[in-house]
Design a protein around this ligand. Structure first.
Ligand SMILES: O=C(NCCCc1ccccc1)N[C@H]1CC[C@H](OCc2c(F)cccc2F)CC1
Length: 332
């Protein structure tokens, strides 16, 4: 497990674009030095971009895997359509299935890795395209099965109070306030653990973004100045409309997934080798949320890393070694 990480303009990855089902996707492509033994597709979360996997890409290349890392719909150099329906987990899964077919060949099985919203995506991809999945892992995000009854976000937060920030993110305020380089920088620094001079924070899962504290927040300890500059420049393209649309998809996801829920185990169990990596200090997705997911899997391994929500950058050596152990065990 190495601490090596991609730089924003790293020669070890190529930049490609492809138009998929009407949207142009940008993705990083890493080819190992010797013939790849498989292909892995890494799916980032919110508020992130493909660069969020920078500590994993060199390591996965060293395992002789071909690595594909898209900017998801609404992010970075990928299109950010207005319509919320395009951001549903089924639509994203179908887009990524087409991306995988383009890079690895039609019908080729791939290994899938997701973090945060990307974890929700990879679990749904395994339901919608099981024949394309060699193995799947999620960092932070547990598997929650499609439901036969709709739970509105306002009701979901009665069950999961740690999801309260999502109500604010689905609304208009953050999109209206976080505009322009300076505010994007303050917003990203806050979300990535930056604090004020008296240790104050400008984002909590209970409050969401605390606007009046944003301009007091210092640099995040998780990223260098250059890395933050890169994130800001990548977010300047679309602003927050695209990324926030992911929080407005609950009804679309419910209606698309209803047939899966009604089909029961045949369509809601995950049979392929799976790994759940929980982050001990994730305030949005605590390990307790993963406690009951085993019953939906034929072959699930669970590991925990000592990290906040940003486990990929905070505990890369541990995350990478759990991935390597998993891939060895499932002979991927
Ligand atoms: O909002 C997310 N990430 C932003 C975290 C921001 C943060 C920064 C710094 C510190 C703490 C937090 N992630 C989403 C990912 C999808 C999740 O939905 C799937 C789902 C369900 F719908 C129901 C049950 C479990 C389940 F995973 C809902 C959280």
């Amino acid at each position: 497990a190495s601490l090596d990480k991609l730089s924003p303009s790293d020669p070890r990855v190529e930049h490609h674009t492809i138009t998929i089902r009407g949207n142009t996707y940008h993705y990083l492509l890493g080819n190992p030095l010797s013939t790849p033994t498989g292909t892995i597709l890494l799916v980032h979360g919110w508020p992130d971009i493909s660069f969020g996997w920078r500590y994993q890409v060199p390591f996965l290349l060293s395992l002789n895997l071909r690595v594909i890392v898209p900017d998801l719909l609404g992010y970075g150099r990928t299109d950010a359509p207005e319509a919320v329906a395009e951001y549903s987990l089924k639509n994203i899964s179908d887009d990524l299935a087409a991306l995988a077919a383009h890079v690895a060949g039609p019908g080729e099985q791939i290994i899938l890795g997701g973090h945060d919203w990307g974890g929700a995506v990879v679990w749904r991809f395994a339901l919608w395209h099981p024949e394309l999945v060699r193995a799947v892992f999620s960092v932070c995000t547990p598997y929650s099965p499609p439901r036969a009854a709709y739970i509105a976000p306002v009701d979901l937060i009665k069950i999961l109070p740690n999801f309260k920030y999502q109500l604010q993110l689905a609304g208009p305020e953050v999109e209206a306030y976080v505009v322009g380089k300076e505010r994007l920088r303050q917003f990203l620094s806050s979300l990535y653990g930056g604090r004020g001079s008296n240790r104050e924070v400008a984002f909590t899962t209970a409050d969401g973004v605390i606007f009046e504290i944003l301009d007091k927040i210092g640099p995040t300890p998780l990223m260098s100045e250059e890395e933050v500059d890169f994130y800001v420049s990548e977010y300047e393209r679309h602003g927050m409309h695209g990324p926030l649309n992911w929080y407005r998809t609950a009804e679309f996801n419910f209606s698309e997934e209803l047939p899966l829920a009604e089909a029961g185990d045949a369509k809601t169990r995950i049979k392929v080798p799976s790994l759940m990596v929980t982050a001990s200090r994730d305030s949005a997705l605590p390990p307790s949320m993963s406690a009951n997911m085993d019953k939906f899997f034929d072959n699930l391994e669970k590991r925990e890393v000592n990290a906040s929500h940003w486990a990929l950058v905070e505990a890369p050596v541990d995350v990478n070694s759990h991935i390597a152990e998993f891939l060895t065990k499932c002979d991927c």
